[in-house]
Design a protein around this ligand. Structure first.
Ligand code: SAM
Ligand code: SF4
Length: 349
């Protein structure tokens, strides 16, 4: 596994991804495709989207080259593959293997992770673990197959459960489960989902719904907030704050669950409890654009540089320049806020 070559070796670190506010991006999110086999209502329109033309999507070797530049030249320490649905990418195991073999400038192996809807993970979890994948987040919004089908617009609940079980069996533990609560559909499932996750040893993370789905579909008054989720959970479980506040750079605020040693539950309050001041993310879209933020309205092209013959230093410089312009915050609360043109699946969540 891991046979994808990223191009010529290089080792001349000349500074990381630092923005104007002094934040340093060390966590890279790589979208491997904008396509998906589900159509979650909060993410994508029912009819799908105009997919990126094949020739604009980075090849496996181009992805690995950018990841290597990020790790060796720009201080990236963790790489998470996402999409769209990253399991739709045939070369995923090779990309993961090549990434897991990378070491940072200070000779630390890079951490790897995958965010997936879990469809087909039952068949690939072992190969991914063997390729060096460190961790996996599987998205599951409901315990009820019919509700799942309403949210995902596909009747694939059992496949997700099979993917989760396979991930745990492959040793990708602790397996994390991402859940979005949608008002009027599954907003009564916070406690059942946590009860289920605890029973299976999964670490549950609730994500507040962000204005990144089909344009015009998000309404703040419909948002199931972090506060609401925490109040509901606290009525059923004793949540014990992690000693360090558990937030440094990570978006999830996490709690231990009394009576369940080792178990944690997290809430990612992207809208109501933004963590922009501590953000350590940089993002690559499947078509080779750098985004400094999920909510950025502009992006910078690296694909053209790669295909135009630029050397690693030139690509690294362009990536640094792109990150320097990162905004202080997502500005959802600002009256002038405008949703970015790309939706979540096309950016890479
Ligand atoms: N297809 C994979 C999956 O669903 O896990 C990876 C991509 S998906 C965009 C990554 C995560 O973003 C998922 O956990 C999904 O639930 C979440 N997500 C998608 N749209 C969202 C939105 N508008 N607000 C909050 N989370 C969202
Ligand atoms: Fe696909 Fe993930 Fe978006 Fe659902 S959240 S439509 S699984 S990309």
């Amino acid at each position: 596994m891991g046979a994808v070559s990223g191009g010529g070796a290089t080792s001349r670190p000349t500074g990381g991804l630092v923005d104007r506010y002094g934040r340093v991006a060390t966590d890279l999110r790589v979208s491997l495709t904008d396509r998906c086999n589900l159509r979650c209502t909060y993410c994508m329109p029912a009819e799908g989207l105009p997919w990126a033309p094949d020739d604009t999507v980075l090849t496996d070797a181009e992805v690995v080259r950018l990841v290597r530049i990020g790790v060796e030249l720009l201080g990236v320490r963790e790489v998470r593959f996402t999409g769209g649905e990253p399991l739709l990418r045939r070369g995923l195991e090779g990309i993961v293997g090549a990434t897991a073999a990378l070491r940072t400038a200070d000779d630390v192996p890079v951490r790897t992770a995958l965010t997936t809807n879990g469809l087909g993970l039952d068949k690939r979890a072992h190969a991914l673990a063997a390729a060096g994948l460190g961790r996996v987040n599987v998205s599951l919004d409901s315990l009820d197959p019919q509700r799942f089908a309403v949210i995902a617009r596909r009747d694939r609940h059992a496949d997700v459960l099979a993917g989760l079980a396979a991930a745990a069996a492959a040793g990708l533990a602790p397996v994390k489960v991402n859940a979005v609560l949608v008002r009027g559909v599954n907003d009564d499932e916070a406690v059942p989902l946590l009860t289920w996750a605890l029973a299976h040893g999964y670490h549950l993370r609730f994500i507040e719904q962000m204005p990144l789905g089909p344009h015009g579909s998000w309404r703040r008054e419909d948002l199931v907030t972090a506060r609401e989720i925490l109040d509901t959970l606290s009525a059923a479980f004793e949540l014990v704050a992690e000693p360090d506040g558990a937030r440094a750079g990570a978006p999830a605020e996490t709690w231990h669950v009394a009576g369940h040693p080792g178990a944690t539950v997290g809430v990612i309050g992207s809208v109501t409890r933004p963590f922009c001041g501590a953000c350590d993310r940089t993002r690559l879209t499947a078509d080779g654009q750098v985004r400094s933020c999920l909510f950025a309205r502009d992006e910078d092209d690296l694909r053209g540089l790669l295909r135009g013959g630029a050397d690693d230093d030139a690509v690294a410089d362009a990536w640094r320049a792109a990150m320097r312009g990162k905004a202080a915050g997502h500005g959802i609360d600002d009256p002038t806020f405008l949703q970015p043109a790309r939706t979540m699946s096309a950016i890479g969540g």
